[in-house]
Design a binder for this molecule. Structure first.
Ligand code: MLT
Length: 267
């Protein structure tokens, strides 16, 4: 894992990242409340033919939290600074769930830097009042009980039924990734997601090739969300992965990687 200092807003923070392979650059944006470790199998499968980057959002994994908030706009600015520091002009962005919210925030501000977009297990809408309330409750819970308690709570939501019934190892891996995160980073990101903008207005403006992926058993951002986004983005294709829940890249890595590789062959 490499570390790089970036200037974001009024502060300087250190982000942990991986940068492997050569070719068209694709950067993977991780979900809440995981870390870049969720992309291990994508790094392995894609770096033979592409330049693949992953990094930990501020506060997660091995990145500093900093003093700023963890809004999707802050995440987008951090990503822009990371690309600047690495002298990368344009990328294919692949964001899963919270990574997708941040990818949309990035596109709103930095569309010229995006050559292609992969939106996995995510949605464009903002939260309802009720969803917002439960995010603030979880933020408090994270602060009081720690990240392992959040891991226990999240597993049934993150993984599809097929995975929960047939692949206990994935559940253990995801729990370990979550438990390794600082509770304050989890709380800050929940607050950041609660404040996120509705991105539905942006969808009609997206002009780059776009791939939308959803797990058929995703209950957090169900396939209907993927279909809705797909109908609003010009030149988007929607692919549903069978027997996968919210973490479709971890639950069905081979199919996920095949879809991404086919999409990347267009660049
Ligand atoms: C995620 O997987 O990033 C989160 O579950 C997204 C969310 O809470 O809306």
């Amino acid at each position: 894992m490499k570390k790089i200092s970036i200037n974001s807003g009024t502060e300087s923070i250190e982000l942990a990242y991986r940068d492997e392979g050569e070719g068209t650059t694709v950067i993977f944006l991780h979900a809440f409340p995981l870390s870049q470790r969720m992309w291990d199998s994508q790094i392995k499968a894609l770096s033979a033919s592409h330049r693949v980057l992953t990094f930990d959002w501020r506060g997660f994994g091995e990145s500093n939290l900093g003093a700023g908030n963890s809004s999707m706009e802050t995440f987008a600015d951090d990503l822009a600074e990371l690309l600047k520091a690495l002298e990368i002009e344009q990328v294919v962005l692949c964001g899963l769930s919270m990574g997708g919210y941040a990818a949309l925030a990035f596109y709103r501000k930095y569309s010229a830097k995006v050559s292609g977009l992969i939106l996995a297990d995510t949605k464009a809408g903002a939260d309802t009042e009720e969803a917002r309330r439960s995010r603030y409750e979880m933020a408090e819970q994270a602060r009081q009980k720690g990240s392992s308690a959040i891991a226990e709570l999240m597993i049934p939501k993150l993984l599809g039924l097929s995975t929960q019934q047939n692949n206990a190892q994935i559940a253990e891996e995801v729990k370990a990734i979550i438990a390794n995160n600082a509770a304050e980073a989890i709380a800050a990101a929940q607050e950041g997601m609660a404040q996120r903008k509705d991105s539905n207005d942006l969808l009609a403006e997206i002009s780059c090739p776009t791939l939308i992926i959803a797990g058929s058993e995703d209950t957090l951002t169900p396939p209907s969300e993927a279909e809705t986004m797909g109908s609003r983005i010009r030149s988007a294709e929607v692919k549903i992965i069978d027997k996968a829940g919210h973490l479709s890249n971890l639950e069905q890595p081979e199919i996920f990687n095949q879809l991404v590789l086919k999409f990347l062959s267009r660049f």
